[in-house]
Design a binder for this molecule. Structure first.
Ligand SMILES: Cc1cc2nc3c(=O)[nH]c(=O)nc-3n(C[C@H](O)[C@H](O)[C@H](O)COP(=O)(O)OP(=O)(O)OC[C@H]3O[C@@H](n4cnc5c(N)ncnc54)[C@H](O)[C@@H]3O)c2cc1C
Length: 280
């Protein structure tokens, strides 16, 4: 099935966008990590969202999700690992691919700084997606940098393909199946034409591939042609980005980093996406 709109991010901006798009009778898929783990769900008390003072962030999020669910918004819980803008948009989550005609980016602020060498070797040995690229490294040594809860199962998957997997992370992982673990946090990608290894707390780990599995992938890593300035996605007043059919809303477009701004932008982005679809 091809959705009218795929929303990447299940925070206030993404959910507001989904609600607004359903109001225009578009079918909508929201792809996002568990909302219970979202930044707002950690807020002890939110007092500046109009009409609903004194709620916890968790309670507000619960209401937002319930509203979207009641309007038959479709949800996929998981990390968007890759995005292809061709004939609409294809979003990969785990081993599944979802198609949409328009895309709204609402991933919040993806804070993780990159490791030295990571950007340089992206696509030349560095990957964010075991499902997409695992087969390229069959019978070869790879390192999984595990920074997301599902990273051990991704490492097990790579092993099942025949990759020789080493797992590196700052904390002891759970669920690894016969895969060596190295505790390290200071990492650097090393290579020549392609990746040749990972330096982990000063020690070399020779390998052909490095899978860096964070909780979220930055939108610019998913869509490298996306225009940003000082780390935020550039949008016009209709929340359109520089890429046709791609809109953005919420913290990812810059401050103030607040729920009401995220919700308002999500609403505008959805209306613009609907207008884009109607004009197609
Ligand atoms: C502790 C705390 C207290 C706060 N208190 C207040 C307050 O009192 N009032 C206020 O107005 N604001 C407050 N904020 C700020 C508010 O939470 C944010 O401004 C708001 O949540 C932004 O919404 P968003 O939808 O843009 O992004 P987010 O809420 O960050 O949602 C984005 C979601 O997308 C997910 N995501 C990102 N990339 C991917 C990917 N590749 N695949 C799948 N999912 C992905 C993220 O995991 C996240 O769940 C607080 C924030 C924190 C952390």
């Amino acid at each position: 099935m091809t959705y009218d709109i795929i929303v990447l991010g299940s925070g206030p901006a993404g959910l507001a966008a989904a609600v607004a798009a359903r109001g225009r009778d578009k079918n909508v898929l929201v792809v996002g990590n568990r909302w219970q783990d979202s930044p707002l769900a950690r807020a002890e008390r939110v007092d500046n969202y109009p009409g609903l003072p004194g709620r916890t962030g968790f309670e507000l999020m619960e209401e937002f999700v319930r509203h979207a669910q009641a309007l038959d918004v479709a949800f996929v819980v998981g990390r968007a690992l890759s995005l292809l803008a061709w004939n609409g948009f294809s979003v990969t989550v785990g081993s599944q691919v979802y198609q949409g005609k328009a895309l709204i980016l609402a991933p919040g602020v993806v804070r993780a700084a990159k490791y030295p060498g990571e950007a340089e070797y992206l696509g030349r040995g560095v990957s964010y997606c075991a499902t997409c690229d695992g087969m390229l490294y069959r019978n070869k040594p790879v390192v999984v940098v595990g920074l997301a809860p599902d990273a051990p199962s991704e490492a097990n998957y790579l092993k099942s393909l025949g990759c020789q997997v080493t797992y590196v992370s700052p904390h002891e992982p759970e669920g690894l199946e016969d895969i060596p673990w190295i505790k390290a946090g200071r990492l650097a990608v090393k290579g020549e034409q392609n990746v040749t290894g990972l330096e982990a707390d000063g020690s070399p780990l020779p390998c052909s591939g490095i899978f860096i599995l964070r909780r979220a992938v930055a939108p610019t890593d998913l869509l490298p042609a996306l225009k940003t300035e000082e780390g935020v996605i550039q949008v016009d007043r209709g929340m359109a980005t520089n890429l046709p059919g791609v809109f953005a809303a919420g913290d990812c477009t810059g401050g103030p980093l607040q729920v009401s701004k995220a919700v308002g932008e999500g609403h505008v982005a959805a209306l613009s996406a609907c207008a884009y679809l109607d004009a197609l």
